[in-house]
Design a protein around this ligand. Structure first.
Ligand SMILES: Cc1cc2nc3c(=O)[nH]c(=O)nc-3n(C[C@H](O)[C@H](O)[C@H](O)COP(=O)(O)OP(=O)(O)OC[C@H]3O[C@@H](n4cnc5c(N)ncnc54)[C@H](O)[C@@H]3O)c2cc1C
Length: 406
């Protein structure tokens, strides 16, 4: 068979979404080509690298054994406009900070071992449908090549040229993008196993700032706010100053975290869109590694089925959205509603909300996972009027949230 029609699926992007797809699809017998524009997998990564213990469990269950964890997380501190609100100490790890460079390369290695082919330094240019296949135009090591396959996987991150090329890119609200700046910094005043979050209008209006430690006083320190890049550098400087009397910066990146996948087209004839390209990041935290990885699994199952049935139509590929929603939708809805509630609070209400948290929780030691309901009961025990104070906004948020999904 010629190279031109050798593959069941061509995957654009070797991040967690694309490599997860390539690995799971190759393992189930599909012929997969993984295409990455960078010269090296994981060369440029825009990420604070935090993942939950649930995700660590998932990838352990999948048999991923390499050590790509920089630090396990044993607690965290939340500040509001620079004032400490709560501190949570965990008696076992509640998550981890990864080494994404190692993690991403490892996932790609697994895909290769499972049988995927790979082209690095190869950029997706455009695609067009032709006689039940997708013609994929690539620029590889400076040369143009054209390949065909029945399925194209768009795992090419927030700007997704694949979505644009095949008509899946729909306009979205600017507020659905978190704009971020992040530095890799040295600050020896931070605890190595703690996460630090900062919120409040002086720190990150409607967003948050973070310190995710990598060990030895080094950390990813960043700020993300919805809808605009304005002021990002100043917010970051202020946040750094609050936590570190002196710091040194070793690297700096600007990025975007796209959210609200439920309003996007993520499948069509001969194409599936995964990970950040499908705007799968969590609407509240901006975390997207886990959902990217999961979208790779869901898409690989649907691709195997499509191959078996010889049907790559929109109707057949719709199963991808169904599978994905089954897996991630309940958590996604909860965090989206929480975000709507948070954004709905006026400045004074937010302040009062934060001080209710401070009074009720302060500094606690718990066994993970952190359960929102048990936190709520803890608050209600301390402050029975809590629901009256915020119930109206809660109802408003619930209504708005419902409106999002109908
Ligand atoms: C500052 C910041 C902090 C973050 N922190 C966290 C965090 O702590 N935890 C978390 O879970 N998530 C975090 N995220 C989100 C997380 O990084 C993403 O959700 C995740 O990387 C998505 O994986 P992906 O595979 O979909 O996309 P990506 O990781 O973006 O991979 C896409 C790949 O496609 C390649 N590509 C793009 N265009 C083309 C093309 N035309 N041709 C060929 N290849 C192409 C890119 O080079 C890239 O390798 C953060 C994001 C930012 C910006």
């Amino acid at each position: 068979m010629s190279l031109k029609n050798k593959y069941d699926a061509i995957v654009i992007g070797a991040g967690p979404a694309g490599s997860s797809f390539a690995f799971h699809a190759s393992r189930s017998g599909l012929r997969v080509l993984l295409v990455e524009k960078q010269r090296e997998i994981g060369h440029t990564i825009l990420c604070a690298e935090g993942v939950s213990s649930e995700f660590l469990k998932l990838i352990k269950d999948k048999g991923h054994s390499r050590n790509f964890v920089a630090r396990y997380v044993y607690g965290g501190i939340l500040t509001y406009n620079g004032k400490k609100i709560i501190e949570i100490t965990l008696n076992e790890p509640g998550g981890a900070i990864l080494e994404r460079k190692i993690f991403d390369r490892y996932l790609a290695e697994l895909a290769i071992k499972a049988g995927s082919d790979i082209l690095i330094n190869t950029k997706f240019i455009k695609a067009e449908r032709e006689k039940g296949l997708v013609k994929v135009y690539l620029r590889s090591h400076g040369e143009d090549i054209v390949l065909s396959a029945p399925l194209l996987i768009g795992a090419d991150g927030p700007a997704s040229s694949v979505s644009k090329s095949l008509g899946l890119f729909t306009p979205y609200d600017k507020e659905d993008d978190y704009f971020t700046v992040q530095v890799y910094a040295y600050c020896d005043e931070i605890k190595d196993n703690y996460l630090y979050f900062g919120i409040g209008d002086a720190i990150a209006p409607n967003g948050y700032a973070w310190i995710f430690p990598k060990g030895g006083g080094f950390a990813n320190v960043g700020v993300g706010i919805p809808g605009t890049r304005d002021g990002l550098d100043t917010y970051l400087k202020n946040f750094l100053k609050k936590h570190c009397s002196t710091y040194k910066i070793l690297g700096e990146t600007y990025g975007v975290v796209p959210t609200k996948f439920h309003k996007r087209k993520i499948y069509d004839n001969n194409v599936l869109i995964l990970g950040d390209a499908a705007r799968l990041a969590d609407p509240l935290t901006g975390g997207g590694i886990a959902n990217a990885y999961i979208s790779g699994i869901a898409a690989s199952e649907v691709a195997s089925f499509a191959k078996k049935m010889g049907d790559y139509s929109r109707k057949a590929l719709r199963l991808y959205e169904k599978k994905l929603k089954k897996w991630i939708f309940s958590d996604y809805m909860i965090t989206l509603c929480a975000k709507i509630f948070y954004n709905a609070l006026e400045k004074k209400e937010l302040e009062s909300f934060m001080y209710s948290l401070k009074d009720a929780i302060g500094h606690i030691e718990i066994t993970p996972p952190l359960k929102p309901m048990s936190m709520l009961f803890r608050i209600l025990r301390k402050d029975p009027a809590f629901l009256f104070k915020f119930g109206k906004k809660g109802l408003y948020a619930a209504k708005e949230c419902l409106r999002e999904f109908i």
